[in-house]
Write a new protein. Sequence first.
Length: 276
Amino acid sequence: MELKTIRYETEDPAVPRGIATITLNRPERLNAWTGRMHTEYRWALARAEEDHGVRVVVVTGEGRGFCAGADSQALERHVDQGGYDPGTPDDIATPGYGVRPEFDHDFAFHFGLTKPVIAAVNGPAAGVGFVLACYCDLRFAALSAKFTTSHGKLHLPAEYGLSWLLPRLIGVTRANDLLLSSRTFKGSEAKELGLVNDAVPRDQLLAHTYEYASMLASTVSRGSLAETKRQIYTDLHRDVGTSVDEAAALLRRMMTEPDFAEGVAALTEKRPPRFS
């Protein structure tokens, strides 16, 4: 596949062996998510799963951002079309599928992967970017990185099963704060909340993440990583697929409503939304 929105690297001499790096690569848009990026990301994960030399995957963003959420231009097209269009092909890769039916859904497929996926959140992680970080197995963040669920300010539901996942990561009370308010908070608070494993100065982030990834790759058996990861999510899950499907149904309905159009307009015009 020709990669236009991500980079996939396994041979960087500066990176310890056994680590694949997926870099979201639309820095001029703070790596905003598109259907093409979703397609390329899943292709890259499938390639990492198939590569016996890859033990751990690190996901990060090029430039100042991790992933600023759905691209605002794509959101405007959803308004123009009167509803949601994922913009992905029918033959999109299915990494992690086939382990449990509950995992055979967008982003939940991370639970079916055999290799740990670590997010290195270098900058803004909003909306679907926040979702992506949460579905990674481990998260390291820059102290200055900004996080937000963001959906409330676009008249949308919690996306991609986040209402199932986030309470399991940080507890119901803290998750309710982030999900209901869509407020913005920094990496330093993310560490306090237990959302990230560690938060460090931005210029130390990748080295810190690779050090941990290298520890996993070099000191833990491949079979143990795969089986332990499967144990964790099999024991943890409680029908995440239903959560994803319900969120998708809400997404389709709410994107047809006037407040979604207003939320997108406010985002584009960089002003507070005026909801009905």
